[in-house]
Design a protein around this ligand. Sequence first.
Ligand code: ACO
Length: 428
Amino acid sequence: MSKTATLEINGQKHEFPLITGTENEVAIDIKTLRGATGGVTTIDPGYKNTGSCESGITFLNGEEGILRYRGYAIEDLADKADFLEVAYLLIFGELPTKVELEKFHADIKEESVVDDDIKKILDAFPKAAHPMGVLSSLTSALTAFNPSSVNVDSEEDMYKTVVKIMGKFPVLVAWAMRKKSGLPLNYGDDSLGYVENILKMMFGKPNGEYTQNKILVNALDKLLILHADHEQNCSTSTVRIVGSSHAGLFASLSAGISALWGPLHGGANQAVLEMLEAIKEDGGDTKKFMAKAKDKADPFRLMGFGHRVYKNFDPRAKIIKVAADEVLSDLGIEDPVLDIAKGLASEALSDEYFVKRKLYPNVDFYSGIIYRAMGIPVEMFTVMFALGRLPGWIAQWKEMRARKEPIGRPRQIYIGENHREFKTIDNR
Ligand code: ACO
């Protein structure tokens, strides 16, 4: 293959190098485009064709349905590793040894307490506040309680910051839920595993022991692994771009949480359940809603179907569908909303409109189902996504700073008014 791409503008030819990734993805390196062409730029709203960085963290091939973290297949990680191992892998680049993992967990536990004044901030929120807004605010507030900035060139400093946020974030997640449910703000139990502890912090009642359910621990562990990174998606790009101004990690994460909140991104898992509830309220006619989704005059979309990069079955959805079936059958749950979900999935998978556009159920379709079965309130679903995505965001932020990437600052094509004479207020 040629090593350059030639661009001809007004009869003038310009050569740009091609770069090839380790999985043979090819990109035209246009870093010198504006200088070489006298100001010509590119336009690509939504960045469907634009690589924002070179990254060694996650490989994703949407056409073939492949997802790997640091070279390891998502199927192997979901089957053989736990969330903390995967977090370590993403952030530090290699699977931890037993000793490294134990130390990582012990260091996280040391940091699993937040300043008590955080409670005052949480207290000031109305109970009806969306927990994603609360989580974003509290993550940002952590900056105030941990003001020293990270020296990104110091491995030790970086490590300390990583364990700090890995320890404190689940507390904020659990408190965001407990605030909504009117439960007292508590801490977990250091003798438990990372995921077990999260469940205890979320569901533990002040008047009784919390009993762990292995099926739920396993399902949550898998969900967190599957959500842990997804290369340059909307929230991750946000974390990188905010961090590119050398804003701190916690501030960048807070921005990432806000980006994740939207229904076209992480908010889809909440939107899925709300859609299923609406279908149930309407009488449960899935065919009617399938027709609405296909009607171009109707803005309705089947939430939890389709994906920006997977134009094939989302590999995460395959894994999590099995976990969802396990949870539903083991817990013996009968729920008309979940029956509607099953009906919709099977109809869409054989419907020409969906098949032709390669619109398959995505991971959020099934994650919402599991969260509902676990008794997690709908508004917390996206918060659970954020909990899983935390190590990915950290890894991407760390990589961006280590590679000394320049500040993110896209160009635009101005389509507004040309220069106009200013009219004073009396003359308008
Ligand atoms: N229901 C009905 N039609 C759909 C859907 C859907 N969920 N998704 C896409 N389409 C149709 C579009 O109308 C379009 O049809 P056309 O070619 O006839 O115009 C075609 O499929 C392509 O759709 P785009 O919007 O161009 O696809 P894009 O890649 O930009 O969007 C997105 C992907 C945003 C995820 C979209 O599929 C969607 O809105 N899905 C529902 C929301 C959702 O589940 N989001 C979660 C994403 S996963 C995540 O964030 C972890």
